[in-house]
Design a protein around this ligand. Structure first.
Ligand code: ATP
Ligand code: MG
Length: 573
């Protein structure tokens, strides 16, 4: 490929709208262009990278026994009514009507469609296990599209669905996918970490997210410094904190004029935040519930939502607070509160605590759970902290951030039961198919690879996903000898199965080097008059691990070896 013919519009300026390195570099290197918020065009170099990633995914999915198919993007609403997700998905779903006023959506995911297919096509246990996958655009009207293709509204996903007779079969399919994901990300040059996660709106039981550790990640994770425990903060369990063993004192009301935040109250009363009980009023599917957590803890709404089994959860408005607590916002407390009360388990171990009195400018001190208020509903409802021990080995936890590039779910029979996708088992009995689903964000993976592979000059593509493996840069392509050498190297390398760009542009060498570094071709061959006089070209690797003058006759072989070596280093162990 000649650089002069390639549509690779590199930018020198840093685009103002891009907040994180991968987004900036994808724009600057001419990989993508924005069409609308969260909607992008992939330019030729960007598409090449995507195709490489998709090829790796296809190879691993096929090796694991997956069969590729292609499901429709436009999906009839009826299927989504049947599973209840037409409403659950809410505003994130792009909905549309046809000319006959029938409702459809642009697929945000494909469980419904594929389960309907399974219902029609699978009738016997003999047809399973079955693994079906596709690579296709997904549509989600994300509330906050950002970071370029990391959170798009149109994005590319690989989604595989497994169909098994029973739980044991599902376990086997799940393990196959888990292993395949590990291989895929390694081959893409990504360092990922599988973490325990929340199944969210998809439902089902077990699930892992594959996270790329990066400061720009939107997901908050805890990882153990001693063992392999890693979990999304959304789900990481937090043990009940032990009590202090103090003697309970008599409860008293105290004046706390205009003190309605934890900080104000604790400073005013000269007590640590761990002495305070926060009372949070929520509306869960429209019904008020009060949630108690210690003042220094944070309520974990994902855990709370799971505990309640509700679809919507929001903090109550001031009118609801006034109605339920008979007092103003900031002074709500559990004593005498007439509403469903749920306590985080650390709260029940507290003694002589401070709470709101459900009265303006008043708090209660020496409140003792069990004595002054009580509830049967006690659960782990808070966000884990680094003070908490690792749930697996009691070691020290560390907080970090991650980009979720993939997720594997055990769905069980949630969708097959709702859509009546059954099969006849060995004993002639009809049972729902046991399903799993497994997604990889293909376009997000491309950005995540950049987040882990760049420097101040640009992208450093891993060999396996580079748009081209080699760039040949003659200092002056118009000069006859340089041109002859460049052309010959291009021919030889192409014949050896290596993808090459030849920078034939009539630009200053500095411009060509800058573009080569920005786009991030893994290997550069530089051809200049000085080197040629000695019969040499310079071969260097973008990651800085190799830079040598090489005899012209050996150049092809050296490059082929470097490519093979780099590919070998990305092979899963
Ligand atoms: P997130 O929590 O980041 O919103 P999700 O849990 O909604 O993701 P899944 O439904 O599990 O995502 O989709 C499978 C994969 O698709 C994710 O692991 C992620 O890599 C990718 N993905 C999800 N949403 C987006 C998006 N808006 N833009 C790009 N990729 C996405
Ligand atoms: Mg997810």
């Amino acid at each position: 490929m000649l650089m002069s013919r390639l549509l690779a519009p590199t930018l020198r300026e840093v685009p103002a709208e891009a907040e994180i390195p991968s987004h900036r570099l994808m724009l600057r290197a001419g990989l993508i262009r924005k069409s609308a918020s969260g909607i992008y065009t992939y330019l030729p170099l960007g598409l090449k990278v995507l195709q490489k990633i998709m090829q790796i995914i296809r190879e691993e999915m096929n090796a694991a026994g997956g069969q590729e198919l292609l499901l429709p993007i436009i999906q009839p609403a009826e299927l989504w009514f049947a599973t209840g997700r037409w409403d659950d998905y809410g505003a994130e779903m792009f909905k549309l009507k046809d000319r006959h006023d029938r409702q459809f959506c642009l697929g945000p995911t494909h469980e419904e469609i594929i389960t309907a297919l399974a219902k029609a096509e699978i009738s016997s246990y003999r047809q399973m296990p079955l693994l079906l996958y596709q690579i296709q655009n997904k549509y989600r009207d994300e509330i906050r599209p950002r970071f370029g293709v990391i959170r798009g509204r149109e994005f590319i996903m690989k989604d595989l669905y497994s169909f098994d007779q029973d739980e044991a079969g599902l376990e086997e399919s799940y393990r196959k996918m888990y292993d395949a994901y590990t291989r895929i990300f390694t081959r893409c040059g990504l360092d990922t970490r599988p973490v325990d996660a929340d199944p969210g709106a998809i439902g089902g039981s077990g699930t892992h997210e594959f996270m790329v550790l990066a400061d720009s990640g939107e997901a908050e994770l805890v990882i153990c410094q001693s063992c392999d425990y890693a979990a999304n903060v959304e789900i990481a369990p937090a043990a009940a904190c032990p009590g202090t063993g103090e003697e309970p004192r008599p409860m008293e009301a105290v004046e706390t004029p205009a003190m309605h935040t934890v900080d104000q109250v604790t400073e005013f009363l000269q007590v640590p935040a761990s002495k305070l009980i926060k009372t949070l009023l929520y509306l869960a599917d429209g019904q008020p519930v009060a949630v108690l957590v210690r003042g220094d803890h944070e309520c974990n709404e994902v855990k709370l939502k799971r505990y309640l089994g509700c679809t919507t959860l929001e903090l109550a408005d001031e009118a609801t607070i006034a109605e339920v607590s008979q007092g103003p916002k900031g002074f709500t407390g559990p004593v005498g509160l007439q509403v469903r009360l749920i306590a985080d388990h650390s709260v029940m171990n507290m003694t002589n605590a401070v709470t709101g009195a459900n009265r303006k400018d008043t708090h209660l001190i020496n409140v003792n759970p069990g004595r002054d208020f009580t509830t049967e509903e006690v659960a782990d409802l808070r966000v884990v902290t680094v003070e908490d021990p690792c749930p697996k080995c009691q070691g020290k936890l560390q907080l970090c951030r991650g980009i979720e590039v993939g997720q594997v779910f055990k769905l069980g029979t949630k969708y097959s039961a709702a859509l009546k996708a059954t099969f006849t088992d060995e004993n002639g009995e009809e049972r729902p198919i046991v399903m799993g689903c497994y997604g990889i964000g293909v376009s997000r993976t491309m950005a995540a690879i950049i987040e882990q592979n760049y420097d101040e000059d640009g992208i450093i593509w891993p060999m396996s996903v580079a748009p081209y493996q080699v760039v040949i840069v003659p200092i002056k392509y118009n000069e006859e000898e340089q041109r002859a050498v460049a052309d010959e190297l291009e021919r030889n390398l192409t014949a050896a199965g290596i993808s090459v760009v030849l920078d034939d542009r009539d630009e200053r060498p500095g411009v060509k080097f800058k573009d080569a570094d920005l786009i991030g071709f893994p290997i550069r061959i530089t051809i200049g008059p000085k080197g040629l006089a000695a019969g040499n070209v310079e071969i260097s690797r973008r990651d800085g691990s190799f830079r040598e003058d090489v005899k012209l006759e050996q150049a092809t072989e050296v490059v082929v070896n470097l490519v093979q070596e780099a590919m070998g280093a990305l092979e899963p162990k």
